[in-house]
Design a protein around this ligand. Sequence first.
Ligand code: C5P
Length: 224
Amino acid sequence: MTDLVPVITIDGPSGSGKGAVSARVAEALGWNVLDSGSLYRLTGLAVEKAGIGFEDLKEAARIAENLDVRFEQWMVFLDGEDVTLAIRSETAGNNASKVAAVPEVRAALLDWQRRAARLPGLVADGRDMGTTVFPDALLKVFLDASVEERARRRYKQLKEKGISSNIDRLAVEIRERDGRDRSRTVSPLFPASGALIIDSTGMTIEAVVERILQAARELLPSVD
Ligand code: C5P
């Protein structure tokens, strides 16, 4: 069944605009969307709540396997508690990238992600959507942008949510997170072979979305 579902993967480093772009591409196509990062963020939060150290890898994997998560429209609940905002903090992002380096955690979340492939189609955003989770995707995109631009975007995003931050500090954290995501041994961040690489520095979200839709139309004539 999954093989019959068209999938567009959008991978890239943190702050490259994947989330916003994926949501708009999915909306334009009327497809489902998978924000795979939220699963790693939820696991990081659950590990923190359980009060175990991030070095206890076995326990982190057990927690990932037994995540009690409910998605309700744009809200997310962990163990029945609303964590919609909590998983969006910078700390949650950094904790996510720590648990994401654990192979057993990645394995536990794999099926969960693949089950999101439902008709009429799926736009999946993350780090390894095109390389590992959906290797047979119809279209694979790798979205990048300079660290400075990504720190600026993150700063603006957080400000809009009423969360105060510091651009220089964000740039340092983005570099650290990139380093961890690109150098881990399991599913490191890199463009899938044949991926359409888009450097979105200086591009509007609309222009990026249009570039992806144009590529999708060329591959799937039924997409308009
Ligand atoms: O995309 P987002 O910033 O929400 O992801 C948070 C962290 O989760 C990333 O820094 C990365 O370490 C991890 N992640 C991952 N694989 C994915 C999605 C996210 O390793 N497919």
